[in-house]
Design a protein around this ligand. Structure first.
Ligand SMILES: *[C@@H]1O[C@H](CO)[C@@H](O)[C@H](O)[C@H]1NC(C)=O
Ligand SMILES: *[C@@H]1O[C@H](CO)[C@@H](O)[C@H](O)[C@H]1NC(C)=O
Ligand SMILES: *[C@@H]1O[C@H](CO)[C@@H](O)[C@H](O)[C@H]1NC(C)=O
Ligand SMILES: *[C@@H]1O[C@H](CO)[C@@H](O)[C@H](O)[C@H]1NC(C)=O
Ligand SMILES: *[C@@H]1O[C@H](CO)[C@@H](O)[C@H](O)[C@H]1NC(C)=O
Ligand SMILES: *[C@@H]1O[C@H](CO)[C@@H](O)[C@H](O)[C@H]1NC(C)=O
Length: 939
């Protein structure tokens, strides 16, 4: 449900400086509200206006932002104002609560609203204005309580309203003069009290409703009272007037009567006593007018303005003959068919005459005599012809309204004498030709409206005489433009025109034009198009100073109406606002705006922009308002590369956007207003980030976001997007993210650490793993008896020592069966397998360790395999014989070995003075049983 229609208001005149200050002034105001809209204004100092009206609200929304200066809650279902409803709104100046069902207001509910100046609570159900109701409203000047059921006003109800100027209590249940005493005691009040008072009032101005029987003023309670307004109530019992002292009405200058029942004699008496009256309104009072009341009215010497509208007056002209003092006369909606001769001719001072919405078929004759007339409103009559004499003597006329008549043609003589004419409205007539009308003047004309006529063509020089014209509206004619049609319009700033599409048109002569609206109609274009050459569409070149350009196509869009549009736009280097409705068939060329660096406001609607190239926006980085509604957009991704860092207002209503990646808003740092109404959102985890952003960001208001509905998946159709439980998605996502990023970080740390400090160990571990694989293959052999006592692992460089020193002692003297790979390995078997078999077929593995051994890959594999068996079987299988001194750091690749070596005391071959002791130690090591946990190292 949409509560209010919202849109961006763009004020082109506000300076960029002000815009850049927005964050300082209104930093907390813009975020998405549940049922309200913050109206967008580009002026950061402007009022913050929150609209919560027409929304069916039963409570005051809690999310009204603190900076709000104006708030409307009109036409809701509020029944009660609670103490906390308006707390913290210390900047609020205007509050509209009218058309609710409020019957109770908590004491002190307005106590925080010290800045409030206007409070509108009409059309509610208040019955009792209690003592502390208005506490805190020290700055309130306007209080409207019309149409409640107020029957009681506490004597101190108004004591806090020290600035009050106007209180309106019309149509309540106040019965006695004491009821309104609290109001009457306020010093500066102009009060208009329209109630069921039936007592005769001795004090004041009290304007009655149907129950009031007497209107009486007997003492000068309101010395400054200027206005009595009796225009807002229905016919009731006849009102009795009692104003014995005429001088009490001396200061009344305005008197409004509307539909009041009053005795003719009474009203005549009143009018006779008003000798300072300047403005009299008698709406719907034809009974007295037709009885001759105007004779009295015309005798009020001070009367200047007389408004007789809505009264059907018989022969009004005759009745006004003596009203020569008037300067303003309103006869609109009086069913006047004609103003007879000599009726108003005596009104020599008349400056403004309004006869709109009558039945006049020609300009009244008497108007010629009104030589001081400045404003003449003849709108909405049946005038079909203008004669040369019609305005011959009204030479002071500055504004002439002839709109909504049946005028078929104009003649040059008609306006010939109107040298001061400023505004001329001839819209909505039947004009089919301009003729020479504007070839010579009126010279002072600045505003001309010729829209909604039947003008088919503008010829060269048609507006030649209008050198002062600033605003010209010729839209809603079916117009073709001839060359130089606008010659002479040297000061034209604003032009609105309807054109046949694909016809030749040029605006070259309008050098100063700032605002151009072209409305293309599709009619009759194709035939002409084929006949003419493309170079005829050189179009609006020369519009260098144009700031606002609007182009609209009202026909069938498949015919692109404006082939030269791109070149036209490119020539408008000062363009600030560009609006195109139903103009583009597909996405705009990427270089369309390359020369429009001043562009601030771009609206393209009713177009297929599904293939929009973000490069389009790069030259217009100052853009502040972008509206691409109804343009078949499927995603916001284009914004990520669009570079719109100044964009503040984005409207993408009525598109096909289903999923929004919230990271796109990082590329829109200035965005405060976002409207995505009527898009087919998908309510799943893909939108989780967007939903969270809408709810939590403190800068951008997503307008009506709480009303966005799900279109997908089908099971969720019709539900609210923001009701989608996104927590679950975010938990998974963030948890996964946490885990993966943690693993990544730890992994990187570990691997770099490992690489720097433990790279050898790392390599070793890898090899160990390889060994593990081989080990697994040999599991089956585990239980079998060993073929050898020891497998001797050595490097080929140490073979001499093995054969010369080791074999004679261990095999010869001590009788061990040794496995030597040169001697005992099976030919043809893969070497790795031979090593593995040798190790597992031997009780022990003797490693003859030298520098060469450590450098040999095969040897190291052997030691790994053996050491793996060592750990795997928890058996002492490894005997290390060190042939030479090796610094322990050189053992680093063999991490475990190094650790072992460091832990144990050992002897090495070179150190052993007596080799006999060395060999005895080896024998002891070979003799140890399988289950010993001792690792024997002999060196
Ligand atoms: C106000 O907004 C809430 C949240 O979206 C919604 O549930 C509620 O229906 C709205 N109230 C009205 C009256 O629109
Ligand atoms: C009341 O109005 C005065 C004058 O306009 C202003 O200076 C003052 O700040 C206002 N009080 C509050 C509480 O806004
Ligand atoms: C109005 O309200 C006050 C305070 O609630 C109460 O004392 C008083 O009786 C009421 N008056 C009427 C006429 O209802
Ligand atoms: C009319 O106004 C003047 C000053 O505005 C005042 O002095 C005078 O008393 C008023 N007259 C009446 C009858 O209220
Ligand atoms: C125009 O005014 C002059 C002087 O007041 C008067 O003589 C003349 O008759 C008027 N013209 C018409 C057409 O009423
Ligand atoms: C005025 O023009 C309308 C529309 O063309 C026509 O229906 C109407 O009869 C005309 N009225 C007069 C009084 O000429």
């Amino acid at each position: 449900m949409l509560c209010t229609q919202a849109s961006c208001f763009f004020n082109a005149k506000k300076s960029v400086l002000l815009l850049s200050l927005l964050h300082h002034f209104n930093s907390s105001l813009a975020y998405s509200l549940k049922n309200c809209t913050i109206k967008y204004s580009l002026n950061p100092l402007a009022d913050v206006f929150v609209d919560c009206g027409n929304c069916g609200l039963v409570t005051v929304p809690v999310d009204i932002p603190r900076d709000v200066t104006s708030a409307t809650l009109l036409n809701n279902l509020l029944e009660k104002i609670n103490r906390e409803d308006f707390s913290n709104l210390s900047k609020l100046r205007f509050l509209d609560l009218h058309l609710n069902k409020i019957s109770h207001v908590d004491n002190g509910a307005f106590i925080q609203l010290g800045a409030l100046t206007s409070l509108y609570m009409s059309f509610n159900k208040l019955t009792n204005l209690t003592a502390n109701l208005f506490q805190g409203l020290a700055n309130l000047t306007m209080l409207d309580l019309t149409y409640n059921n107020i029957g009681f006003i506490h004597t101190s109800a108004f004591q806090f309203l020290t600035s009050l100027l106007t209180v309106i209590l019309d149509n309540n249940q106040l019965q006695k003069i004491t009821d309104i005493q609290p109001v009457l005691e306020l010093p500066q009040i102009l009060s208009i009290i329209d109630n069921r008072l039936s007592l005769s009032l001795s004090l004041s101005l009290v304007i009655s409703s149907y129950k009031m029987e007497k209107f009486s003023i007997t003492t000068p309670t309101f010395p400054h009272l200027e206005t009595i307004d009796l225009s807002h109530f229905c016919r009731g019992p006849v009102l009795k007037w009692e104003i014995p002292d005429k001088s009490l009405l001396k200061n009344i200058t305005r008197l409004y009567f509307g539909d009041v029942s009053i005795h003719f004699g009474d009203i005549r008496n009143v009018l006779q006593s008003l000798d300072s009256l300047r403005h009299l309104t008698l709406n719907n009072m034809e009974r007295w007018i037709n009885q001759g009341l105007l004779a009295t009215v015309c005798k009020i010497p001070t009367l200047q303005r007389l408004d007789l509208s809505w009264s059907t007056i018989i022969n009004v002209s005759a009745k006004l003959v003596t009203c020569s003092q008037l300067s303003e006369l309103d006869l609109s909606m009086t069913q006047t068919i004609e103003l007879s001769k000599d009726s108003i001719r005596s009104m020599k001072r008349l400056r403004k005459l309004n006869v709109e919405q009558n039945l006049l078929s020609k300009v009244p004759d008497d108007i010629r005599r009104l030589s001081f007339l400045e404003t003449l409103i003849l709108s909405d009559n049946y005038i079909s012809e203008l004669g040369c004499d019609d305005f011959i003597n009204t030479t002071h006329l500055t504004e002439l309204y002839l709109d909504s008549n049946n005028i078929t043609k104009l003649d040059k003589c008609v306006f010939e004498h109107l040298n001061y004419l400023n505004v001329l409205d001839v819209s909505d007539n039947l004009l089919s030709t301009l003729g020479d009308t504007f070839k010579l003047g009126p010279k002072m004309l600045t505003f001309l409206d010729l829209s909604r006529n039947l003008l088919p063509v503008f010829e060269k020089g048609d507006f030649q005489g209008l050198g002062s014209l600033k605003y010209l509206n010729v839209s809603n004619n079916i117009v073709r433009l001839k060359d130089k049609a606008f010659d002479g319009l040297n000061n034209l700033e604003s032009l609105r025109i309807s054109l046949l599409s694909k016809w030749y048109y040029s605006f070259r002569e309008l050098q100063g034009l700032k605002n151009l609206t072209i409305i293309f109609s599709g009619a009759a274009h194709s035939k002409h198009f084929k006949q003419s050459n493309l170079h005829d569409f050189e179009v609006c070149d020369g519009l260098k100073s144009l700031k606002v350009f609007t182009v609209i196509f009202s026909g069938n869009q498949c015919d692109f109406p404006f082939p030269a549009l791109k070149q036209t736009i490119q020539s408008m280097t000062h363009l600030e606002t560009f609006t195109a409705f139903n103009i583009y068939i597909s996405a705009l060329d990427r270089d369309t705006f390359q020369f429009n660096t001043q562009l601030k406001n771009l609206t393209i609607r009713h177009t297929n922009l599904s293939h929009l190239d973000p490069v389009l926006f790069l030259p217009i980085a100052n853009l502040q308002v972008l509206d691409l509604s109804n343009s078949e957009l499927k995603s916001l991704d284009f914004l990520a590369q669009a570079g719109l860092s100044a964009l503040r207002c984005l409207i993408l209503k009525d598109n096909h956007i289903t999923v929004i990646n919230e990271t796109v808003f990082q590329s829109l740092p200035a965005l405060t207003y976002l409207d995505l109404d009527n898009n087919p959102f998908t309510c799943d985890c893909f939108n989780a980030g967007f939903i969270r952003w809408v709810l939590n960001n403190k800068q951008t208001q997503a307008v009506n976001a709480y009303q966005y509905t799900c279109s997908f998946p089908v099971a969720h159709q019709g539900r609210k997007l923001l009701d989608f439980n996104y927590d679950a998605c975010l938990m998974n996502i963030s948890f996964l993210f946490f885990i993966s990023s943690t693993c990544l970080v730890v992994g990187i740390l570990l691997s770099s650490f490992t690489f720097h400090f433990l790279r050898w160990q790392f390599a070793y571990t890898f090899k160990l793993f390889q060994a593990f694989l081989y080990d697994k293959r040999n599991m089956k052999k585990k239980g079998a008896p060993h073929q050898f006592d020891a497998f001797v692992s050595y490097n080929v460089h140490d073979e001499a020592w093995v054969y010369r020193e080791m074999l004679p002692v261990l095999e010869g003297e001590q009788g061990w069966r040794l496995c030597l790979h040169h001697r005992d390995f099976q030919p043809g078997k893969p070497i790795m397998e031979n090593i593995t078999d040798a190790i597992y077929d031997s009780r022990k593995t003797i490693c003859v360790i030298s520098r060469h051994y450590l450098q040999s890959e095969w040897c190291s594999r052997e030691i790994q395999m053996a050491s793996f068996r060592l750990f795997d079987e928890q058996k002492d299988v490894l005997i290390l014989l060190f042939l030479e001194e090796i610094p322990t750091q050189q053992l680093s690749p063999y991490y475990r070995m190094r650790k072992t070596v460091k832990r144990r005391t050992y002897l090495s071959w070179p150190q052993a003075g007596q080799h006999r002791v060395f060999w005895q130690n080896v024998r002891r090591a070979l003799e140890t049983g399988d289950d010993s946990n001792l690792l024997i190292i002999l060196i």
